[in-house]
Design a protein around this ligand. Structure first.
Ligand SMILES: Nc1ncnc2c1ncn2[C@@H]1O[C@H](COP(=O)(O)OP(=O)(O)OP(=O)(O)O)[C@@H](O)[C@H]1O
Ligand SMILES: *[C@@H]1O[C@H](CO)[C@@H](O)[C@H](O)[C@H]1NC(C)=O
Ligand SMILES: *[C@@H]1O[C@H](CO)[C@@H](O)[C@H](O)[C@H]1NC(C)=O
Ligand SMILES: *[C@@H]1O[C@H](CO)[C@@H](O)[C@H](O)[C@H]1NC(C)=O
Ligand SMILES: CC(=O)N[C@H]1CO[C@H](CO)[C@@H](O)[C@@H]1O
Ligand SMILES: [Mg+2]
Length: 418
């Protein structure tokens, strides 16, 4: 028997998965619409392209730590997602002024750069052409979805999440020399967990992309909206553009630079401390190698190990873990151009004195000192994040998730004390 259709829109159908009640199948259709379906053409293969785009983008965001409805690819044209009740708002985020923003804000020149990002929201109401809403209007609507009331906290979470999602996609597209001009997304409430998650899809229709920041080379759906006449040739151009994006979008998942953290410990008594550094590095997707060496007792070995990691052109951040007198970090720092982070495991008895061996340096040394092993790994990640968008995205998502948990913790505490 065929699974029940839960919903059908202009571009996709949603099916129940009978054996997995918390999940749905999101099926794209070979149809492209613009101007709220006034213009509607079939484009063969569009569904498959859209599927690839959504899958890659959601995978990128998911792996970064953004909460999304996406679960896994199912077929050429469909993916499995957490079943959501959709919040009927389109969140729009803009870096560069263009399109409808210029019409609604006469006088602003195309190309004006928003920093911070410009946020707008639109109520999804086809009959009224999706009117723009203020935050106050959204609050006044008192939506409740999957048992979750959409109040100030939920609105703030969506607003913040949209900014983080935009920044991650913007950084990722920059690796392909492509400017993410603007983006629109939707959130749903996961019916199982009542969490707000990024849902629906992100495909060509969801953003404007300008290769090399050049509007004339735009690869997004605007090409289709701008067509004066829909001819087979014109549709081929649109399709080729879509394919251009879906090919590029796969590259967003690829690491641009290779890097590693090498933790040097003075003795294996510091192994537990070092394992914490390794674990945190792994959470950012950074390989981490542990070595034992003492700059006091075996300086020749310390320098030999250093040379080993300088010799293969893989970018390296060294972390020096040495208690009591930290000779290791400063000796490394004085002899390599790679960054060195001191992460001394301080003991309660002499720690306050020992820390000075990591802080007070001879001139010409640039090593930093971070006491928490997790924070040392985070700092190393921030160094790699300068050139590796995948690491940067995990840092950015983690910042968002911390902000959201604080917000939810406060909300819970307020509710309890009422
Ligand atoms: N994970 C999900 N769980 C439940 N419903 C979903 C999920 N993802 C998307 N939907 C919903 O599926 C429906 C069909 O999507 P489609 O985008 O084709 O609709 P549409 O015609 O564009 O209408 P809309 O204006 O609501 O987007 C939409 O109502 C959409 O919100
Ligand atoms: C949403 O629901 C699914 C299953 O229904 C669950 O596995 C998942 O962890 C939930 N949370 C998120 C963020 O998707
Ligand atoms: C999103 O948050 C920013 C910063 O708090 C605020 O200025 C803006 O009005 C919000 N946008 C919307 C659409 O709610
Ligand atoms: C949609 O994405 C494809 C790649 O999937 C891209 O080539 C194309 O330009 C986009 N299409 C439209 C109409 O925006
Ligand atoms: C069956 C199929 O081709 N589906 C594709 C949808 O997109 C993902 C991600 O790019 C591919 O891995 C799938 O093969
Ligand atoms: Mg839609």
């Amino acid at each position: 028997h065929s699974p029940a259709k839960l919903n059908e829109g202009k571009t996709k159908q949603i099916f129940e998965l009978p054996d997995q009640p918390g999940l749905v199948l999101v099926q794209s259709m070979d149809q492209i619409t613009a101007g709220n379906a006034v213009r509607k053409d079939q484009m063969e293969g569009k569904a498959a392209i859209a599927n690839r785009t959504t899958s890659s983008v959601f995978k990128l965001l998911q792996e970064s730590g953004i909460k999304t409805a996406f679960v896994k690819q199912h077929s050429d044209t469909a993916f499995v997602a957490a079943r959501c009740e959709m919040i009927p708002i389109e969140w729009v985020c803009r870096r560069v002024a263009t399109g409808s923003f210029l019409k609604r804000n006469p006088g602003v020149k195309e190309g004006y750069r928003f920093s911070p990002l410009k946020m707008e929201m639109f109520f999804k109401d086809d009959a009224n052409n999706d009117p723009q809403w203020s935050e106050e209007q959204l609050l006044a609507a008192k939506f409740s979805l999957a048992g979750l009331a959409i109040g100030q906290c939920e609105v703030d979470v969506m607003n913040r999440s949209t900014v983080a999602i935009f920044e991650i996609l913007e950084k990722s597209w920059a690796t392909q020399s492509c400017t993410l001009v603007d983006m629109k997304i939707e959130f749903g409430v996961n019916v199982t967990t009542q969490e707000i998650v990024l849902a629906d899809v992100i495909d060509n229709d969801s953003w404007r992309l300008w290769p090399a920041g050049d509007r004339s080379q735009q690869k997004d759906k605007q090409v289709y909206r701008d067509l004066k006449e829909v001819t087979p040739e014109a549709m081929q151009v649109v399709k080729r553009n879509f394919e251009w994006v879906s090919e590029r979008v796969k590259l967003l998942l690829e690491r641009q630079a290779s890097g590693r953290v090498v933790v040097l410990m003075g003795s294996t008594s510091d192994l537990a401390h070092c394992e914490k550094i390794r674990k945190a590095c792994t959470s950012y997707g950074i390989p981490c190698i542990l070595r034992v060496t003492s700059a006091h007792k075996g300086p020749d070995e310390t320098l030999r190990i250093k040379a080993e990691y300088e010799g293969d052109s893989v970018s390296t951040v060294f972390v020096a873990v040495a208690g009591r007198s930290n000779g290791l970090g400063p000796v490394m720092s004085g002899n390599t151009a790679y960054p060195v982070i001191n992460c001394p495991p301080l003991t309660p008895d002499w720690g306050a004195q020992d820390v000075w061996s990591s802080l007070r340096m001879p001139s010409g040394l640039g090593c930093s000192t971070i006491l928490s092993p997790e924070a040392a790994a985070q700092f190393a990640a921030q160094i790699f994040g300068l050139t590796d968008h995948l690491v940067w995205s995990r840092l950015r998502a983690s910042m968002l998730n911390t902000w959201v948990s604080l917000k939810l913790a406060d909300q819970k505490l307020q509710a309890c004390s009422l």
